[in-house]
Design a protein around this ligand. Structure first.
Ligand code: SF4
Length: 378
């Protein structure tokens, strides 16, 4: 079932590692939200069939007033057919969590809360430039655990400078002690043009060795397995019944509509992305001018996307779905990864082994087909 993503492009503070689109000024918030409502009105007819998932992401959607979330929910329900069991996720930061707000979000139809915790340690939160404190992180997870959402999840970051296995274990223990049904765990990466990239370039921050980050991923996998959380995507673990349906749709190539500055959309053939600038986005919508770019994917691009996203999942890539014979073209890489025990062919699917999960993106890109290699289809 198709999904709707709403990008709320505002944050209280800029986290040092973040390269998402957001503004730390909420001055133009009403104007941007109005423009998003207009975009939704204009594009709702693009949704074919019932909407199965709605995702408020960002940015920091928990900065919105309940009335602003209610307006989007009403607009979506008024303009699209929404499945009765639709998954509705809201990303929230710990500094926005109160019992009252959790109750209000539930009342509005939010079924799944995604908490941007990142760490329970004060010095780590300061290092990452997060707006919340460790005390707020601990308090918010306790409140969410008893708030009664159908599901909830937290984000944690590993691979931090000088992070020991003991520290990582401590983070996972805190989360598990609260009965966390889902975890998204990301290895810290240095994205271009971020404050972290600048700190690393001038030698103020030294990133850990790959071996340390790799040991933390191994520990993460074994701790989650022991707790019964399935490693269903490279960065995601969930108890059965708690996998993110919205994110799984991206990995399965399901269609989605992205609303808001920088949001991406996919209709099975064309990718489209909105301008990543709040004012330009709002102005263009108000003036009836284009605010997006798009590209229609060719068979090689579709095959490569399937390899990149599918190999990150537990289910892997169904070979029959590859429109081009990527494995025939890249036979040496394919054979090499099979021989190294990083890749398996199982029941007509290409899957990474546990060892292979450390190199998911590299393995996928080594199997990519290039436009020049494309065999002619008979
Ligand atoms: S709160 Fe999230 S979106 Fe905002 S700057 Fe931090 S990581 Fe980026």
């Amino acid at each position: 079932m198709p999904g709707i993503y709403l990008h709320i492009p505002f944050c209280r503070k800029a986290c040092t590692y973040c390269d998402f689109h957001f503004s730390t000024s909420t001055q133009g918030k009403a104007r941007v939200l109005n423009a998003m409502a207009l975009e939704l009105e204009q594009r709702a007819t693009e949704m074919e069939g019932s909407v199965g998932t709605i995702y408020f992401g960002g940015g920091t959607p928990s900065l919105l007033e309940a009335s602003e979330i209610a307006r989007f929910m009403q607009d979506i329900r008024g303009r699209c057919s929404v499945a009765p069991d639709a998954e509705v996720t809201l990303e929230a930061n710990p500094d926005d969590i109160t019992e009252e707000r959790l109750a209000a979000w539930k009342e509005l139809g939010i079924t799944r809360l995604s908490l941007g915790t990142q760490s329970f340690r004060e010095e780590r939160l300061r290092f990452m430039g997060r707006a919340h404190t460790a005390e707020q992180a601990l308090r918010s997870i306790a409140l969410i655990a008893k708030a009664g959402f159908a599901s909830w999840t937290i984000d944690l970051i590993y691979g931090l400078p000088q992070m020991s296995l003991a520290e990582w274990d401590e983070q996972l223990t805190i989360a598990l002690e609260h009965g966390m049904p889902h975890l998204s765990a990301y290895c810290l990466t240095v994205e271009a043009k971020t404050a972290l990239a600048h700190q690393v370039a001038k030698g103020a921050v030294h990133m850990p060795e790959d071996a340390d980050q790799s040991a933390q991923l191994d520990r993460l996998m074994s701790r989650m397995e022991a707790a019964g959380l399935v490693h269903y995507e490279i960065s995601n673990f969930g108890l059965p019944g708690h996998f993110s349906r919205h994110n799984s749709s991206y990995w399965d190539g399901v269609h989605y509509l992205g609303i808001g500055p920088s949001a991406h959309s996919y209709n099975g053939a064309t990718r489209r992305w909105n301008v990543a600038n709040n004012i330009r986005y709002a102005k263009a919508l108000e003036a009836g001018e284009p605010y997006w770019e798009s590209e229609t994917l060719n068979a090689a691009q579709r095959t490569n996307e399937l390899l990149l996203t599918g190999l990150r999942t537990l289910a892997g890539v169904a070979l029959y779905k590859l429109e081009l014979d990527a494995l025939a073209i890249n036979r040496p890489s394919f054979e090499q990864y099979l021989a190294q025990g990083l890749l398996l062919v199982q029941d007509g699917r290409l899957v990474l082994t546990k060892a292979g999960r450390h190199f998911a993106d590299r393995i996928a890109s080594d199997l990519f087909v290039s436009a020049d290699d494309r065999p002619d289809r008979a």
